[in-house]
Design a protein around this ligand. Structure first.
Ligand SMILES: N[C@@H](CCC[C@H](N)C(=O)O)C(=O)O
Length: 285
């Protein structure tokens, strides 16, 4: 199997181009676990398949390092867009990407050689009601969960629940260096009131335009960056009146910066950030 390894701010995935490769009759979950393993595989935060779509210009499927399939991946969309454009699977600089969480629109910014190092993505509207996340505790299913505690929670902190195709719980902290990512992240990820599990983000507001960020990703644990998580963090900051609609927020992730804006008029979230090639190779199935 030919693969390409790419990363967005250190959040790395093994990409397989389904325009040219076939993985029919293969267990994609098992393949994700195998390639993600740094000792016996290639080493990554998961597996991403980029291929033809009936609903959009390309389709992206993402599997976490534990083999679970996710609905969306912000860093993965940027890297998929780079791959699709550079391999001429799409010919325009803006195109649609089908994810299991909905269709998003990518805008690549190629340099003079046609290489893409930065991508902007219209990530669409966040889902905010508990039933859409899904979150089954803390209040009525058709209401938002903004900076609220849950009685049966394994962690003390209140959180804000945001769906970016995939589920996120965002927690405000005073000092990002003290955020209990490894201690509490897995507990909240698997709390029974998140029936699909959840990605857990800790954020420290510096100004309304700038925040520090750390993440515990569902199915992959601590990663250097999470694009959907950064989008969810900015949505949570606006909902908690710590940031404003229409104003770009620079999110400092362990792997680098993402630039996120939540538009008031159409409620779409926009993300801008890098996507880089690491290597290509052959993996023996
Ligand atoms: N790293 C990603 C998100 C990957 C999926 C996530 N772990 C989930 O299970 O929802 C990103 O950049 O958004």
């Amino acid at each position: 199997m030919q693969f390409t390894k790419l990363h967005g701010l250190g959040n790395s995935y093994i990409f397989v181009d389904l325009f040219s490769e076939s993985l029919e009759n293969k267990s994609l979950s098992e393949l994700a676990v195998a390639v993600a393993n740094p000792d016996t595989g290639i080493g990554s935060d998961g597996l991403i398949l980029v291929g033809p779509s009936e609903a959009a210009d390309v389709r992206m499927r993402i599997f976490n390092a534990d083999g679970s399939e996710a609905m969306n991946c912000g860093n993965g969309v940027r890297a998929s867009a780079k791959l699709a454009y550079e391999k001429k699977r799409v010919l325009e600089t803006s195109f649609t990407v089908e994810t299991n969480g909905g269709i998003v629109t990518a805008f690549v910014h190629p340099d003079e050689q046609g290489m893409v190092h930065e991508v902007t993505v219209d990530m669409g509207k966040p889902k905010l009601n508990r039933q859409e996340i899904p979150l089954t505790a803390g209040g009525p299913a058709d209401e938002q969960h903004v900076n609220k505690s849950v009685q049966t929670s394994p962690v003390d902190e209140p959180f804000t629940a945001v769906g970016m195709g995939n589920p996120h719980a965002v927690i405000f902290v005073d000092d990002i260096a003290q955020a209990p990512v490894v201690e509490d992240g897995p507990k909240l990820e698997c709390a029974s009131f998140f029936p699909d599990r959840v990605n857990v983000e800790y954020i420290e507001m510096i100004t309304p335009q700038e925040m520090n960020f750390k993440v515990w990703e569902r199915g992959s644990g601590v990663t250097q960056a999470c694009g959907t998580g950064a989008c969810a963090a900015v949505v949570a900051a606006v909902l908690n009146k710590q940031a404003s609609f229409d104003e770009e927020v620079t999110v400092h992730l362990p792997g680098g910066d993402l630039h996120i804006r939540w538009n008031e008029m159409d409620r779409h979230v926009w993300m801008r950030g890098p996507a880089e090639l690491i290597c290509t190779g052959a993996y023996y199935l």
